[in-house]
Design a binder for this molecule. Structure first.
Ligand code: 5AD
Ligand code: SF4
Length: 476
Protein backbone atom coordinates (compact mmCIF):
# COMPACT_ATOMS: atom_id res chain seq x y z
CA UNK A 1 0.00 0.00 0.00
CA UNK A 2 1.41 3.39 -0.96
CA UNK A 3 1.60 5.92 1.88
CA UNK A 4 3.18 8.86 0.15
CA UNK A 5 6.42 10.33 -0.98
CA UNK A 6 9.44 11.15 1.15
CA UNK A 7 12.72 13.00 0.90
CA UNK A 8 15.63 12.67 3.34
CA UNK A 9 18.21 15.42 3.90
CA UNK A 10 21.23 14.13 5.81
CA UNK A 11 23.76 16.10 7.85
CA UNK A 12 26.85 14.76 9.58
CA UNK A 13 28.75 11.55 9.91
CA UNK A 14 28.83 8.20 8.15
CA UNK A 15 26.54 6.76 10.83
CA UNK A 16 23.87 9.28 9.84
CA UNK A 17 24.40 8.51 6.16
CA UNK A 18 23.98 4.85 6.99
CA UNK A 19 20.86 5.52 9.10
CA UNK A 20 19.33 7.48 6.21
CA UNK A 21 20.14 4.68 3.86
CA UNK A 22 18.42 2.12 6.09
CA UNK A 23 15.42 4.41 6.60
CA UNK A 24 15.09 4.81 2.82
CA UNK A 25 14.96 1.04 2.35
CA UNK A 26 12.62 0.50 5.30
CA UNK A 27 10.19 3.14 3.99
CA UNK A 28 10.30 1.77 0.45
CA UNK A 29 9.40 -1.66 1.84
CA UNK A 30 6.33 -0.11 3.40
CA UNK A 31 5.19 1.39 0.12
CA UNK A 32 6.59 4.92 0.48
CA UNK A 33 8.24 6.37 -2.61
CA UNK A 34 11.40 8.47 -2.64
CA UNK A 35 10.91 11.86 -4.32
CA UNK A 36 12.60 15.18 -5.02
CA UNK A 37 12.26 17.68 -2.17
CA UNK A 38 9.55 19.77 -3.83
CA UNK A 39 7.43 16.67 -4.55
CA UNK A 40 7.75 15.00 -1.15
CA UNK A 41 4.90 14.87 1.34
CA UNK A 42 7.28 13.82 4.15
CA UNK A 43 10.57 15.70 4.53
CA UNK A 44 13.01 14.06 6.92
CA UNK A 45 15.99 15.98 8.29
CA UNK A 46 18.58 13.59 9.71
CA UNK A 47 20.62 15.91 11.89
CA UNK A 48 24.05 16.12 13.53
CA UNK A 49 25.08 18.12 16.58
CA UNK A 50 28.76 17.36 16.89
CA UNK A 51 30.10 20.78 15.82
CA UNK A 52 29.34 24.35 14.74
CA UNK A 53 25.83 25.67 15.22
CA UNK A 54 23.81 22.56 14.47
CA UNK A 55 20.52 23.62 16.03
CA UNK A 56 20.56 26.87 14.07
CA UNK A 57 21.30 24.92 10.89
CA UNK A 58 18.28 22.68 11.48
CA UNK A 59 16.00 25.62 12.34
CA UNK A 60 17.18 27.39 9.16
CA UNK A 61 16.57 24.26 7.07
CA UNK A 62 13.08 23.89 8.55
CA UNK A 63 12.42 27.55 7.71
CA UNK A 64 13.57 27.06 4.11
CA UNK A 65 11.12 24.19 3.51
CA UNK A 66 8.15 25.89 5.22
CA UNK A 67 6.44 26.63 1.87
CA UNK A 68 6.11 22.89 1.18
CA UNK A 69 3.59 22.55 3.98
CA UNK A 70 1.57 25.70 3.35
CA UNK A 71 -0.64 24.36 0.58
CA UNK A 72 -0.49 20.69 1.44
CA UNK A 73 -2.03 19.88 4.81
CA UNK A 74 -1.08 16.22 4.44
CA UNK A 75 2.62 17.08 4.19
CA UNK A 76 4.81 17.20 7.28
CA UNK A 77 8.42 17.23 8.48
CA UNK A 78 10.43 14.82 10.61
CA UNK A 79 13.51 15.70 12.63
CA UNK A 80 15.78 12.70 13.24
CA UNK A 81 19.28 12.19 14.66
CA UNK A 82 21.33 13.99 17.27
CA UNK A 83 19.67 17.42 17.27
CA UNK A 84 16.28 15.68 17.54
CA UNK A 85 17.59 13.80 20.58
CA UNK A 86 18.91 17.03 22.09
CA UNK A 87 15.86 19.27 21.58
CA UNK A 88 13.10 16.63 21.61
CA UNK A 89 9.54 17.90 21.77
CA UNK A 90 10.88 21.49 21.61
CA UNK A 91 10.53 21.16 17.84
CA UNK A 92 6.76 20.73 18.18
CA UNK A 93 6.48 24.12 19.91
CA UNK A 94 8.46 25.98 17.25
CA UNK A 95 7.28 24.27 14.06
CA UNK A 96 3.64 23.32 13.53
CA UNK A 97 4.57 21.09 10.58
CA UNK A 98 7.03 18.89 12.51
CA UNK A 99 5.10 15.76 13.48
CA UNK A 100 7.84 13.28 14.37
CA UNK A 101 11.00 13.79 16.43
CA UNK A 102 13.20 10.71 16.53
CA UNK A 103 16.64 10.03 18.06
CA UNK A 104 19.20 7.34 17.22
CA UNK A 105 17.66 4.65 19.40
CA UNK A 106 14.11 5.49 18.27
CA UNK A 107 14.95 5.25 14.57
CA UNK A 108 14.14 1.53 14.48
CA UNK A 109 10.51 2.48 15.19
CA UNK A 110 10.37 5.40 12.75
CA UNK A 111 9.04 3.55 9.65
CA UNK A 112 6.00 2.20 11.53
CA UNK A 113 5.53 5.58 13.22
CA UNK A 114 5.40 7.21 9.78
CA UNK A 115 2.69 4.78 8.66
CA UNK A 116 0.66 5.82 11.73
CA UNK A 117 1.28 9.53 11.14
CA UNK A 118 0.03 9.21 7.55
CA UNK A 119 -3.14 7.52 8.78
CA UNK A 120 -3.89 10.09 11.50
CA UNK A 121 -3.26 13.74 10.60
CA UNK A 122 -3.63 14.94 14.18
CA UNK A 123 -0.96 12.68 15.61
CA UNK A 124 2.53 13.86 16.67
CA UNK A 125 5.14 11.43 18.00
CA UNK A 126 8.28 11.87 20.06
CA UNK A 127 10.67 8.88 19.86
CA UNK A 128 13.63 10.17 21.83
CA UNK A 129 13.76 7.69 24.70
CA UNK A 130 17.03 5.74 25.00
CA UNK A 131 16.72 1.97 24.91
CA UNK A 132 18.61 -0.40 27.21
CA UNK A 133 20.05 -2.60 24.45
CA UNK A 134 21.08 -2.03 20.83
CA UNK A 135 17.79 -1.30 19.06
CA UNK A 136 17.82 -3.90 16.30
CA UNK A 137 16.13 -2.66 13.15
CA UNK A 138 13.98 -4.61 10.78
CA UNK A 139 16.10 -6.25 8.11
CA UNK A 140 15.28 -3.79 5.36
CA UNK A 141 18.09 -5.10 3.29
CA UNK A 142 19.41 -3.39 0.21
CA UNK A 143 17.34 -3.58 -2.90
CA UNK A 144 19.30 -1.13 -4.95
CA UNK A 145 19.33 2.24 -3.23
CA UNK A 146 22.29 2.48 -0.93
CA UNK A 147 23.46 5.56 0.97
CA UNK A 148 24.29 7.86 -1.96
CA UNK A 149 20.94 7.21 -3.61
CA UNK A 150 19.19 8.74 -0.61
CA UNK A 151 20.29 12.20 -1.71
CA UNK A 152 19.79 11.93 -5.43
CA UNK A 153 16.60 12.00 -7.40
CA UNK A 154 15.03 8.55 -7.34
CA UNK A 155 16.08 6.34 -10.22
CA UNK A 156 13.56 5.90 -12.99
CA UNK A 157 13.15 2.23 -12.18
CA UNK A 158 14.05 1.52 -8.58
CA UNK A 159 13.25 -2.18 -9.01
CA UNK A 160 16.37 -2.62 -11.15
CA UNK A 161 18.98 -4.53 -9.18
CA UNK A 162 21.96 -2.24 -8.56
CA UNK A 163 25.25 -3.66 -7.40
CA UNK A 164 26.41 -2.05 -4.17
CA UNK A 165 30.15 -2.63 -3.96
CA UNK A 166 30.74 -0.77 -0.68
CA UNK A 167 28.54 -1.33 2.36
CA UNK A 168 28.48 0.03 5.92
CA UNK A 169 27.27 -2.02 8.87
CA UNK A 170 26.58 -0.65 12.36
CA UNK A 171 28.11 -2.73 15.12
CA UNK A 172 27.40 -0.51 18.09
CA UNK A 173 25.68 2.69 19.07
CA UNK A 174 26.53 5.41 21.58
CA UNK A 175 29.65 6.12 23.60
CA UNK A 176 30.72 5.91 27.26
CA UNK A 177 33.86 8.03 27.05
CA UNK A 178 32.61 11.54 27.74
CA UNK A 179 35.60 13.29 26.14
CA UNK A 180 35.37 16.81 27.51
CA UNK A 181 34.38 18.46 24.20
CA UNK A 182 31.98 15.84 22.87
CA UNK A 183 28.20 15.79 22.79
CA UNK A 184 27.89 12.23 21.43
CA UNK A 185 27.41 10.48 24.81
CA UNK A 186 24.46 12.83 25.42
CA UNK A 187 22.85 12.50 21.99
CA UNK A 188 23.58 8.86 21.18
CA UNK A 189 23.45 7.58 24.75
CA UNK A 190 25.52 4.88 26.41
CA UNK A 191 27.47 2.39 24.37
CA UNK A 192 25.38 -0.57 23.22
CA UNK A 193 26.99 -3.32 21.17
CA UNK A 194 24.94 -5.15 18.59
CA UNK A 195 24.82 -8.95 18.57
CA UNK A 196 27.46 -10.60 16.40
CA UNK A 197 24.76 -12.78 14.83
CA UNK A 198 22.81 -9.75 13.60
CA UNK A 199 26.00 -8.08 12.33
CA UNK A 200 27.10 -11.16 10.39
CA UNK A 201 23.62 -11.62 8.97
CA UNK A 202 23.55 -8.05 7.65
CA UNK A 203 27.08 -8.41 6.24
CA UNK A 204 26.05 -11.62 4.42
CA UNK A 205 23.00 -9.90 2.95
CA UNK A 206 25.12 -7.02 1.63
CA UNK A 207 27.61 -9.47 0.13
CA UNK A 208 24.76 -11.42 -1.53
CA UNK A 209 23.69 -8.11 -2.98
CA UNK A 210 27.09 -7.41 -4.55
CA UNK A 211 29.11 -5.79 -1.75
CA UNK A 212 32.84 -6.55 -1.96
CA UNK A 213 33.89 -4.13 0.77
CA UNK A 214 32.37 -3.66 4.23
CA UNK A 215 33.10 -0.93 6.79
CA UNK A 216 32.05 -1.71 10.36
CA UNK A 217 30.69 1.43 11.98
CA UNK A 218 30.39 2.78 15.51
CA UNK A 219 31.33 5.77 17.67
CA UNK A 220 33.99 3.71 19.41
CA UNK A 221 34.11 0.50 17.37
CA UNK A 222 37.05 -1.12 19.09
CA UNK A 223 35.26 -0.99 22.47
CA UNK A 224 32.78 -3.39 20.83
CA UNK A 225 31.51 -6.00 23.29
CA UNK A 226 32.84 -4.21 26.37
CA UNK A 227 29.58 -2.59 27.48
CA UNK A 228 27.07 -3.83 29.99
CA UNK A 229 24.50 -3.99 27.20
CA UNK A 230 26.56 -6.20 24.92
CA UNK A 231 24.74 -9.29 23.67
CA UNK A 232 27.10 -12.30 23.75
CA UNK A 233 30.82 -12.41 24.40
CA UNK A 234 32.37 -11.78 20.99
CA UNK A 235 35.34 -9.39 21.18
CA UNK A 236 36.11 -6.84 18.47
CA UNK A 237 39.10 -8.89 17.27
CA UNK A 238 36.90 -12.01 17.00
CA UNK A 239 34.25 -10.05 15.17
CA UNK A 240 36.84 -8.87 12.64
CA UNK A 241 37.95 -12.46 12.13
CA UNK A 242 34.37 -13.66 11.62
CA UNK A 243 33.43 -10.91 9.17
CA UNK A 244 36.71 -11.34 7.26
CA UNK A 245 35.90 -15.04 6.81
CA UNK A 246 32.62 -14.36 4.98
CA UNK A 247 32.86 -15.80 1.46
CA UNK A 248 32.83 -13.18 -1.27
CA UNK A 249 34.19 -10.30 0.82
CA UNK A 250 37.33 -8.67 -0.61
CA UNK A 251 37.94 -5.76 1.77
CA UNK A 252 37.17 -4.96 5.38
CA UNK A 253 37.52 -1.64 7.24
CA UNK A 254 36.26 -0.16 10.49
CA UNK A 255 35.63 3.33 11.80
CA UNK A 256 36.00 4.99 14.32
CA UNK A 257 38.43 3.41 16.78
CA UNK A 258 39.62 5.10 19.98
CA UNK A 259 43.39 4.94 20.58
CA UNK A 260 42.90 3.99 24.24
CA UNK A 261 40.98 0.84 23.22
CA UNK A 262 43.30 -0.27 20.43
CA UNK A 263 44.35 -3.63 21.88
CA UNK A 264 47.34 -5.75 20.77
CA UNK A 265 44.80 -8.35 19.54
CA UNK A 266 43.17 -5.83 17.21
CA UNK A 267 46.55 -4.54 15.99
CA UNK A 268 47.56 -8.15 15.28
CA UNK A 269 44.52 -8.53 13.01
CA UNK A 270 46.17 -6.19 10.49
CA UNK A 271 48.90 -8.82 10.11
CA UNK A 272 46.57 -11.81 10.26
CA UNK A 273 43.69 -10.82 7.99
CA UNK A 274 44.81 -9.99 4.44
CA UNK A 275 41.45 -8.41 3.59
CA UNK A 276 41.65 -5.95 6.50
CA UNK A 277 42.77 -2.84 4.60
CA UNK A 278 46.07 -1.20 5.61
CA UNK A 279 44.39 2.09 6.48
CA UNK A 280 43.23 3.26 9.86
CA UNK A 281 41.45 6.45 10.86
CA UNK A 282 42.76 7.01 14.38
CA UNK A 283 41.61 10.28 16.00
CA UNK A 284 44.47 12.05 17.77
CA UNK A 285 42.52 15.27 18.60
CA UNK A 286 45.60 17.06 20.00
CA UNK A 287 49.35 16.56 20.20
CA UNK A 288 50.05 18.06 23.62
CA UNK A 289 49.81 15.90 26.72
CA UNK A 290 48.36 18.78 28.73
CA UNK A 291 45.52 19.24 26.21
CA UNK A 292 44.93 15.48 25.87
CA UNK A 293 44.57 15.25 29.64
CA UNK A 294 42.08 18.11 29.76
CA UNK A 295 40.19 16.51 26.89
CA UNK A 296 39.97 13.28 28.92
CA UNK A 297 41.39 11.19 26.08
CA UNK A 298 43.25 8.74 28.35
CA UNK A 299 46.40 8.46 26.21
CA UNK A 300 49.40 10.72 25.73
CA UNK A 301 51.54 11.48 22.68
CA UNK A 302 54.07 8.77 23.56
CA UNK A 303 51.33 6.14 23.78
CA UNK A 304 49.83 7.29 20.49
CA UNK A 305 53.21 6.99 18.79
CA UNK A 306 53.68 3.52 20.29
CA UNK A 307 50.41 2.50 18.65
CA UNK A 308 51.56 3.97 15.33
CA UNK A 309 54.78 1.94 15.57
CA UNK A 310 52.96 -1.24 16.53
CA UNK A 311 50.57 -0.86 13.59
CA UNK A 312 53.42 -0.24 11.14
CA UNK A 313 55.32 -3.21 12.53
CA UNK A 314 52.49 -5.61 11.63
CA UNK A 315 51.58 -3.73 8.41
CA UNK A 316 54.55 -1.70 7.13
CA UNK A 317 52.31 -0.16 4.47
CA UNK A 318 49.77 1.05 7.05
CA UNK A 319 48.37 4.51 6.26
CA UNK A 320 46.88 6.59 9.04
CA UNK A 321 44.41 9.43 9.02
CA UNK A 322 43.09 11.39 11.97
CA UNK A 323 40.81 14.01 13.52
CA UNK A 324 42.26 17.14 15.14
CA UNK A 325 40.60 19.84 17.23
CA UNK A 326 42.45 23.18 17.32
CA UNK A 327 41.89 25.90 19.88
CA UNK A 328 40.65 23.66 22.69
CA UNK A 329 40.22 25.79 25.85
CA UNK A 330 43.64 26.66 27.28
CA UNK A 331 45.60 25.50 24.19
CA UNK A 332 48.85 27.53 24.11
CA UNK A 333 51.00 28.19 21.05
CA UNK A 334 53.44 25.59 22.42
CA UNK A 335 50.59 23.03 22.76
CA UNK A 336 49.58 23.73 19.19
CA UNK A 337 53.18 23.33 17.98
CA UNK A 338 53.12 19.85 19.50
CA UNK A 339 50.05 19.01 17.46
CA UNK A 340 51.86 20.13 14.30
CA UNK A 341 54.83 17.96 15.28
CA UNK A 342 52.56 14.96 15.75
CA UNK A 343 51.26 15.31 12.19
CA UNK A 344 54.83 14.78 10.99
CA UNK A 345 55.66 12.09 13.52
CA UNK A 346 52.66 9.95 12.58
CA UNK A 347 52.86 10.98 8.89
CA UNK A 348 49.09 11.16 8.57
CA UNK A 349 47.95 10.74 4.96
CA UNK A 350 44.92 12.93 5.69
CA UNK A 351 43.14 14.58 8.55
CA UNK A 352 39.83 16.19 9.38
CA UNK A 353 40.45 19.28 11.47
CA UNK A 354 38.04 21.52 13.31
CA UNK A 355 38.02 24.60 15.53
CA UNK A 356 36.84 23.70 18.99
CA UNK A 357 33.22 24.72 19.59
CA UNK A 358 31.23 24.61 22.83
CA UNK A 359 28.59 21.89 22.96
CA UNK A 360 25.85 22.20 25.56
CA UNK A 361 26.26 20.03 28.64
CA UNK A 362 29.88 19.02 27.94
CA UNK A 363 32.65 19.50 30.51
CA UNK A 364 34.74 21.72 28.19
CA UNK A 365 31.84 24.13 27.69
CA UNK A 366 32.35 25.07 31.37
CA UNK A 367 36.13 25.62 31.00
CA UNK A 368 37.16 29.26 31.34
CA UNK A 369 40.18 29.78 29.14
CA UNK A 370 38.46 29.77 25.73
CA UNK A 371 40.54 30.63 22.66
CA UNK A 372 39.36 33.57 20.52
CA UNK A 373 37.78 32.45 17.22
CA UNK A 374 40.27 34.46 15.14
CA UNK A 375 43.19 32.70 16.83
CA UNK A 376 41.51 29.32 16.34
CA UNK A 377 40.98 30.08 12.65
CA UNK A 378 44.67 30.97 12.16
CA UNK A 379 45.78 27.76 13.84
CA UNK A 380 43.37 25.75 11.71
CA UNK A 381 44.81 27.33 8.58
CA UNK A 382 48.37 26.51 9.65
CA UNK A 383 47.43 22.95 10.49
CA UNK A 384 45.62 22.42 7.23
CA UNK A 385 48.56 23.85 5.23
CA UNK A 386 50.86 21.31 6.89
CA UNK A 387 48.41 18.49 6.28
CA UNK A 388 48.12 19.50 2.63
CA UNK A 389 51.89 18.94 2.24
CA UNK A 390 51.72 15.57 3.98
CA UNK A 391 48.73 14.46 1.92
CA UNK A 392 50.44 15.47 -1.30
CA UNK A 393 53.57 13.61 -0.22
CA UNK A 394 51.45 10.54 0.47
CA UNK A 395 49.72 10.65 -2.92
CA UNK A 396 53.00 11.26 -4.78
CA UNK A 397 54.50 8.29 -2.93
CA UNK A 398 51.81 6.06 -4.44
CA UNK A 399 52.97 6.71 -8.02
CA UNK A 400 54.43 3.54 -9.53
CA UNK A 401 52.70 1.33 -6.98
CA UNK A 402 50.96 -1.78 -8.33
CA UNK A 403 47.80 -2.45 -6.40
CA UNK A 404 44.12 -3.14 -6.92
CA UNK A 405 41.17 -0.83 -7.08
CA UNK A 406 37.55 -1.61 -6.35
CA UNK A 407 35.41 0.01 -9.03
CA UNK A 408 32.47 1.97 -7.62
CA UNK A 409 31.05 3.84 -10.62
CA UNK A 410 31.85 5.89 -13.69
CA UNK A 411 33.79 9.09 -12.96
CA UNK A 412 32.00 12.40 -13.09
CA UNK A 413 34.43 13.68 -15.75
CA UNK A 414 34.73 11.65 -18.94
CA UNK A 415 37.70 12.37 -21.21
CA UNK A 416 38.84 10.63 -24.37
CA UNK A 417 37.34 7.65 -26.13
CA UNK A 418 37.58 5.30 -23.16
CA UNK A 419 35.27 5.16 -20.16
CA UNK A 420 36.64 6.74 -17.00
CA UNK A 421 35.87 4.77 -13.82
CA UNK A 422 36.30 5.73 -10.20
CA UNK A 423 37.07 3.52 -7.25
CA UNK A 424 39.38 3.22 -4.28
CA UNK A 425 42.64 1.49 -3.55
CA UNK A 426 43.14 -0.47 -0.28
CA UNK A 427 44.33 2.75 1.43
CA UNK A 428 41.07 4.47 0.63
CA UNK A 429 42.54 6.83 -1.97
CA UNK A 430 40.19 7.84 -4.76
CA UNK A 431 41.54 6.37 -7.99
CA UNK A 432 40.42 7.09 -11.58
CA UNK A 433 41.15 4.72 -14.43
CA UNK A 434 40.30 4.76 -18.15
CA UNK A 435 38.84 1.50 -19.43
CA UNK A 436 37.55 0.31 -22.79
CA UNK A 437 33.74 0.36 -22.91
CA UNK A 438 32.16 -2.69 -21.35
CA UNK A 439 35.07 -3.52 -19.04
CA UNK A 440 34.10 -1.52 -15.98
CA UNK A 441 31.44 -2.74 -13.57
CA UNK A 442 30.69 -1.68 -9.99
CA UNK A 443 32.27 -4.18 -7.61
CA UNK A 444 34.98 -5.29 -10.02
CA UNK A 445 38.41 -5.55 -8.43
CA UNK A 446 41.00 -4.43 -11.00
CA UNK A 447 44.79 -4.81 -10.84
CA UNK A 448 46.23 -1.37 -11.59
CA UNK A 449 49.41 0.68 -11.56
CA UNK A 450 49.24 4.21 -10.17
CA UNK A 451 50.61 6.61 -12.78
CA UNK A 452 49.76 10.14 -11.59
CA UNK A 453 49.05 11.89 -8.30
CA UNK A 454 46.51 14.72 -8.50
CA UNK A 455 45.80 17.08 -5.58
CA UNK A 456 43.23 14.83 -3.92
CA UNK A 457 43.16 11.67 -6.03
CA UNK A 458 45.19 9.27 -8.12
CA UNK A 459 45.13 8.19 -11.75
CA UNK A 460 45.89 4.57 -12.61
CA UNK A 461 46.32 2.36 -15.63
CA UNK A 462 44.90 -1.12 -15.69
CA UNK A 463 47.42 -3.97 -15.58
CA UNK A 464 46.86 -6.59 -18.25
CA UNK A 465 48.42 -10.01 -18.43
CA UNK A 466 50.41 -10.71 -21.62
CA UNK A 467 47.57 -12.83 -22.99
CA UNK A 468 45.08 -10.08 -22.30
CA UNK A 469 47.33 -7.51 -23.99
CA UNK A 470 47.46 -9.64 -27.13
CA UNK A 471 43.76 -10.25 -27.39
CA UNK A 472 42.71 -6.99 -25.72
CA UNK A 473 40.18 -9.13 -23.93
CA UNK A 474 39.69 -8.13 -20.33
CA UNK A 475 38.93 -10.72 -17.75
CA UNK A 476 39.29 -9.39 -14.25
N1 5AD B 1 34.40 21.00 18.72
C1 5AD B 1 35.16 20.74 17.63
N2 5AD B 1 35.31 19.52 17.11
C2 5AD B 1 34.66 18.50 17.71
N3 5AD B 1 34.62 17.18 17.42
C3 5AD B 1 33.80 16.59 18.31
N4 5AD B 1 33.32 17.49 19.19
C4 5AD B 1 33.84 18.69 18.83
C5 5AD B 1 33.73 20.00 19.35
N5 5AD B 1 33.00 20.28 20.43
C6 5AD B 1 35.38 16.56 16.33
C7 5AD B 1 36.37 15.53 16.88
C8 5AD B 1 35.72 14.23 16.49
C9 5AD B 1 35.04 14.60 15.20
C10 5AD B 1 33.96 13.67 14.77
O1 5AD B 1 34.49 15.88 15.48
O2 5AD B 1 37.58 15.70 16.22
O3 5AD B 1 36.66 13.17 16.32
FE1 SF4 C 1 32.92 11.68 21.46
FE2 SF4 C 1 35.12 10.81 22.76
FE3 SF4 C 1 32.97 9.18 22.40
FE4 SF4 C 1 34.48 9.86 20.28
S1 SF4 C 1 35.19 8.68 22.06
S2 SF4 C 1 32.22 9.83 20.38
S3 SF4 C 1 35.07 11.95 20.80
S4 SF4 C 1 33.03 11.05 23.64
Amino acid sequence: MAHGTFHIITFGCQMNVNDSSWLTRALERRGFVQAALEDASIVILNTCSVRDKPEQKVYAALGRIKHLFRNNPAAFAVVAGCVAQQIGAGFFDRFSYVRLVVGGDGLAEAPDALVRLCADRHLRLNLTAFSAVYPERDPALPKGSLAHAAFDAPSADSSLPVVLPVAYVNIMQGCDNFCAYCIVPYTRGRQKSRSATAILEECRAFIDNGAREITLLGQNVNAYGQDRHAVGTTTFAQLLREVAALPGLARLRFVTPHPKDLSPEVIAMFGELPILCPRLHLPLQAGSDAVLTRMGRKYDRARFLELVDALRTVRPDMALSTDIIVGFPGESEADFQQTLEMLDAAAFMSSFSFCYSDRPGTAASRFHDKIAPAKQALRLERLQAKQEQLSLRWLQGRVGCETDMLLEGVSRKQTGAQESWQGRDPWGDVVNVALPAGVGAPGRLLPVRIVTAKRHSLVAEVLLSDGEKQTQAFSV
